[in-house]
Design a protein around this ligand. Structure first.
Ligand code: ACO
Length: 326
């Protein structure tokens, strides 16, 4: 049976670190509040000149090196982002140009924090159908440029970064076992960036109303996220006839430590089998899972034959899971 497997990963985070103590000087917040409510201690912030494709390029170069491949070997590039360089062209096309991956088709996916798993799902289908052989899937975000630095309810949450994975076909009994992707557009208002699109084109008025910044109803989103993710992971394991005890590692989207703990509790999974790095990166949206996956792979936390579960929840609303046998 033809499956797709991840043959290499890479990640990149900008050098500048913004600590909770720095935020205390910017808005009415405290390290204590941020740590207790989210688990975040610091996040990385891109410099003025960096755009999403620059971060994506660094992560992709690392993944290509890990796979011992050249950019010309890539058939398709998928970039998951909601903070692309510009509306047109896609960030994937800009990345293709930077990498010199002339043979590759390229497009973006907009599924907010679930974007990387959506990307894996699409890549997996293309590989299993025999359409493409080598696919680069990237999650890259610069949320700091769409954050209202005067809004304490959102500005403490987000960070910048990118992660990448390269997929290839395999006949072995390993690789991506299943992916599940879901959406509920009726809840779009819980998380959105209303200005700058065709609904509210950029104008002095949209800028005055700060519509060019991300808005989130955090508490309502939190409740939907916990409920939805619990159902998602239970269904994913059930459909694949796996018990939670057979899972070696859970790699959740890094939005909030309390959401991650609730999910782990639901599976009775000890926290040492859950990857948590949001204390260092905050919520990097579509980049959070590939960054965490890369860290897990490089620190030996995933070994051949291990079952790992990726899960995410984000704006759209969207949610998604990927079960992988490493
Ligand atoms: N510092 C201090 N106080 C704050 C801050 C802050 N940074 N932010 C909010 N508060 C205050 C609020 O004003 C409120 O005060 P009040 O009780 O006097 O009204 C109080 O803290 C509680 O606010 P809540 O919003 O209810 O706090 P909550 O415990 O829900 O935590 C948080 C907020 C961290 C945003 C949480 O709701 C959350 O993580 N939500 C889910 C986020 C998520 O998963 N998003 C999807 C992915 S993101 C994407 O797709 C890009």
């Amino acid at each position: 049976m033809l499956r797709s497997k991840i043959i290499a990963t890479g990640s990149y985070a900008p050098e500048r670190i913004l600590r909770n103590q720095d935020l205390e000087k910017m808005v009415d917040t405290s390290d204590e509040w941020i740590t207790e409510r989210t688990g975040i201690k610091e996040r990385r912030i891109a410099d003025e000149k960096q755009a999403a494709s620059d971060l994506a390029y660094e992560a992709s170069k690392a993944a290509l090196k890990g796979a011992n491949l050249k950019s010309k070997d890539i058939d398709l590039i998928i970039v998951a982002t909601v903070t692309g360089d510009m509306p047109v062209p896609s960030t994937a096309c800009l990345l293709q140009d930077k990498l010199g991956a002339r043979k590759a088709a390229a497009f973006d996916i907009n599924a907010a924090c679930s974007g990387f798993i959506y990307g894996l799902s699409v890549a997996d289908s293309f590989i299993r159908s025999g359409t493409y052989k080598r696919i680069l899937v990237v999650g890259a975000e610069i949320l700091s440029k769409f954050t209202d630095w005067e809004d304490r309810s959102t500005c403490v949450l987000f960070g910048d970064g990118a992660g990448a994975a390269i997929l290839e076909p395999t006949e072995e009994d390993r690789g991506i076992i299943s992916t599940k992707i879901h959406s509920d557009g009726s809840l779009w208002e819980l998380l959105n960036l209303p200005g700058g699109g065709s609904r509210n084109p950029v104008s002095k008025d949209t800028i005055k109303k700060r519509l060019h910044y991300l808005k989130m109803k955090g508490n309502e989103t939190f409740k939907v996220a916990v409920r939805t993710l619990e159902n998602l992971i239970v269904d994913t394991l059930k459909e694949n006839k796996l018990k939670p005890s057979q899972l070696s590692l859970l790699i959740p989207h890094q939005a909030n430590l309390r959401i991650i703990q609730a999910t782990a509790n639901r599976l009775d999974l000890p926290m040492d089998r859950v990857i948590v790095n949001l204390d260092r990166y905050g919520n990097t949206s579509a980049a959070s899972i590939p960054i965490a996956l890369d860290e897990a792979a490089k620190t030996g936390r995933v070994r051949d034959g291990n079952y790992i579960l990726l899960e995410a929840f984000g704006g759209g609303l969207t949610w998604a899971s990927a079960l992988i046998k490493w």
